[in-house]
Design a protein around this ligand. Structure first.
Ligand SMILES: Nc1ncnc2c1ncn2[C@@H]1O[C@H](COP(=O)(O)OP(=O)(O)OP(=O)(O)O)[C@@H](O)[C@H]1O
Ligand SMILES: O=c1[nH]c(=O)c2[nH+]cn([C@@H]3O[C@H](COP(=O)(O)O)[C@@H](O)[C@H]3O)c2[nH]1
Ligand SMILES: NC(=O)CC[C@H](N)C(=O)O
Ligand SMILES: [Mg+2]
Length: 509
């Protein structure tokens, strides 16, 4: 039994995965295909619609990616977005122009056809998000123009008879005010049931994992964070005893982290190896202060530990809880720039013996949480704030030493404890203390001190790609600062970070 599906042909847009994400939110399953996929490859009784994504090319260049014309004869509705619209317009006899001025960012469209299928239920003026240099000047025969902007005569067009609908803007980004409604209208046009949910995702992934792994053995890096915990439960469901989880104590974890994870996983019947590699990590990091170098060293040390553990259980696969935002920020997918090397993606060595299993690679954090709940992961694990693999090493700018790690662990534990006590843990997305490489003068009990400065970072974020600083109450901040200065030897000053992302990142390195 196959689930109803929308095929998305990816012409290289930065937002292709956001399309699949929006579809999942609406209850529809979308599968991404290479632009050259044929009608035969994407067809089938489960296919309900086709979406052509945006892309960096111009349809007027020789060799620009094209679609198999037989796709339009499959009889399912087709939605062209941006490059997708331009491609359909060109192929069906419309006229494309290179615009004198690129349209980039917010734009207002005016709807021109009250009978439009795609804009059903929307007001005549809509805020959308554009990103293009070419535009459709004249729609092909059979199409009605359904929207225009000041600069673009064909911001949307539809051929109702053939159920081909096209838009120049991006409905998948949140800046398009009613983007989800527009996608929903398309899904209705496709006649989809909209019953896709976390349960189906789990079924689908269990099948994929079995297919990929066969009779092989898998080691999984289990950090106790929500991503790897959800990945562990999924793999456990799929392959049971073929899975061995490896928890690596990096020596730069939060206070009592290993004990907490041990307790959380004790009810599950999983094989877990608890590896104390603190000395390996700290000695590899000795004297290193450059942020990217620290990340690379940590990535490499992780792999060394995993290789060693994998050899012990004769595994051929390494499973990780990598999510989509890790992938974009680390590797420049779809032209995105390298921000920082997440240890599990950009930090991996070029040659690896183990093959990767990453069942959550397409998902965003909130979707992973929903999947975790569906798999029976306890609530307090599901709602844990994320903790990066490089751990406290990226919260201690400059050189990392065992002493500095211990100071930070104590300060961080106080912050988290007080957040929970004040009921602020669940309303924030990620909170932690940072040990700055700055010493300042203080006065305690009439004695001069010259000690470290600690920053408190608290952010709210939906997907960790952007974040705002959390407006924590002054009383709470005061209590945390007081306790840290009084109880943690080595810190005599506490500051609160009020930068959003961008321009800052959440972590300090
Ligand atoms: N200490 C660790 N031991 C074993 N594996 C780890 C450790 N830290 C990170 N990993 C691996 O690296 C992956 C990425 O780490 P990341 O922090 O993004 O995810 P997570 O720890 O599972 O979840 P969260 O983002 O909620 O902390 C993890 O899913 C896990 O596979
Ligand atoms: O597992 C991880 N390995 C890493 O190398 C890494 N770097 C950042 N992060 C987490 O990613 C989110 C975004 O962080 P930044 O705004 O600092 O890029 C935040 O939630 C960070 O904690 C990491 N997680
Ligand atoms: N975002 C897009 O799909 C852009 C399409 C095309 N490259 C243009 O500039 O018009
Ligand atoms: Mg983590």
């Amino acid at each position: 039994m196959h689930h109803e599906r929308v095929a998305i042909l990816d012409f290289g847009s930065q937002y292709t995965r956001l399309i699949t994400r929006r579809l999942r939110e609406l209850g529809a399953f979308g599968l991404v295909y290479a632009p050259g996929a044929t009608a035969e490859e994407i067809g089938g009784p489960d296919l309900k619609g086709v979406i052509l994504s945006g892309g960096p090319n111009s349809v007027m260049e020789a060799g620009a990616p094209d679609i198999d014309p037989a796709i339009l004869a499959l009889g399912v509705p087709v939605l062209g977005i941006c490059y997708g619209q331009q491609l359909l317009a060109r192929n069906l006899g419309g006229v494309i122009h290179r615009s004198a001025r690129r349209e980039y960012g917010k734009a207002l469209i005016r709807l021109t056809d009250p009978e439009s299928l795609l804009f059903d239920g929307l007001d005549p003026e809509q805020q959308v998000w554009m990103s293009h240099g070419d535009h459709v000047e004249k729609a092909p025969a059979g199409f009605r123009v359904t929207a225009h902007t000041r600069g673009v005569p064909v911001a949307a067009m539809e051929d109702r008879a053939r159920r081909i609908v096209c838009i120049q803007f991006h409905p998948e980004v949140t800046h398009t005010a009613h983007g989800s409604r527009i996608l929903l209208n398309f899904l209705h046009l496709c006649g989809m049931k909209l019953d896709w949910n976390a349960g189906h995702f789990i079924e689908e992934k269990v099948k994929d994992i079995r297919r990929q792994v066969g009779k092989g053995r898998v080691v999984l890096g289990l950090s106790g964070g929500v991503d790897s915990s959800v990945a562990a439960l999924l793999l456990h469901k799929a392959i049971g005893r073929q899975l061995t989880c490896v928890f690596v104590d990096t020596g730069v974890m939060r206070k009592d982290e290993m004990a907490q994870v041990q307790e959380a996983f004790s009810p599950f019947d999983m094989q877990v190896r608890w590896v104390d590699a603190g000395r390996d990590f700290l000695s590899a990091l000795e004297g290193v202060s450059d942020p990217e170098q620290k990340r690379k060293i940590i990535g490499r040390t992780f792999i060394e530990v995993f290789d060693r553990e994998a050899a012990q259980v004769q595994a051929d696969f390494l499973a990780q809880g990598t999510l989509y935002p890790d992938v974009i920020e680390s590797s420049g997918v779809g032209g995105a720039v390298l921000v920082k090397s997440h240890h599990n993606v950009g930090g991996l060595p070029d040659v690896m013996k183990l093959k990767l299993v990453e069942p959550l690679r397409e998902l965003f954090k909130d979707e992973v949480r929903r999947t975790g709940l569906a798999l029976g992961l306890p609530e307090d694990m599901v709602w844990r704030h994320p903790f990066p693999g490089p751990g406290l090493a990226v919260r201690i700018p400059g050189c990392v030493t065992a002493d500095r790690v211990q100071i930070l662990q104590e300060a961080d534990a106080i912050f988290i404890q007080e957040l929970k006590a004040a009921g602020w843990y669940r309303t924030t997305s990620q909170c932690f203390a940072v040990l700055l490489p700055v010493q300042t003068v203080g006065i305690m009990g009439d004695e001069r001190t010259y000690e470290n400065m600690c920053a408190l970072r608290a952010v709210t974020s939906e997907d960790f790609m952007t974040a705002d600083w959390a407006r924590l109450p002054h009383e709470l901040l005061e209590k945390v600062a007081q306790r840290i200065v009084n109880e943690v030897k080595g810190i005599n000053r506490v500051v609160f970070d009020i930068t959003s992302k961008p321009p800052a990142t959440i972590e300090y390195e």
